[in-house]
Design a protein. Structure first.
Length: 176
């Protein structure tokens, strides 16, 4: 059973571990290995904690947790969302900034639960559409987002990772 809740500051180290594992798993072969290998969960936690505090009230963070066999909750996923960061789209546009699930928990429903809650909360905040950026070569993520009602809207951008260009595609969906 997956439970989605607001992230709290004590969750930062677990979220950083999920983020780094997620990048290494999802982007292997898409982003240079040296970049992925250099990612450090401890250093990420320092940056994530600072960002978590600085963006409070504007950016929303959710975590997915499962109850372990001994009854203790364990974080298995993380999502971050808020106003759209791109061109001026007004206050009605939201963006899913990040969604990662521990690689050993992919396919368990944690990602679907996080996505559904992001969509629900974004609509509650008055957003009429939600966008996200996904690596064009990440076919698994593209299928996942399409199944959740997101469609490519024709926008692309290229980011450099260790000097290597990597294309991203924007997906968007209307909110109720």
């Amino acid at each position: 059973m997956v439970r989605v809740r607001e992230m709290s500051e004590p969750d930062v180290p677990a979220v950083s571990a999920i983020r780094v594992l997620g990048w290494r798993h999802a982007y292997a072969g898409l982003i240079p290995a040296g970049h992925l290998d250099a990612m450090d969960p401890v250093a990420d936690a320092v940056q994530r904690r600072e960002w978590f505090v600085r963006s409070a009230g504007r950016v929303h963070n959710l975590v997915a947790e499962e109850t372990a066999g001994d009854g203790t909750p364990a974080l298995v996923g993380w999502a971050s969302f808020g106003p759209y960061r791109g061109e001026d789209t007004g206050t009605a546009a939201g963006e899913l900034y990040a969604l990662y699930v521990r690689p050993d928990r992919i396919g368990t429903g944690a990602g679907r639960a996080l996505t559904a809650e992001v969509v629900r909360r974004s609509a509650q905040l008055g957003r009429t559409r939600l966008s996200l950026w996904v690596l064009t070569g990440n076919t698994r993520a593209r299928r996942f987002y399409a199944a959740a009602g997101f469609l490519p809207d024709g926008a692309t951008m290229t980011e450099l990772y260790d000097g290597v260009p990597v294309e991203e595609t924007r997906y968007t969906r209307a909110l109720p």
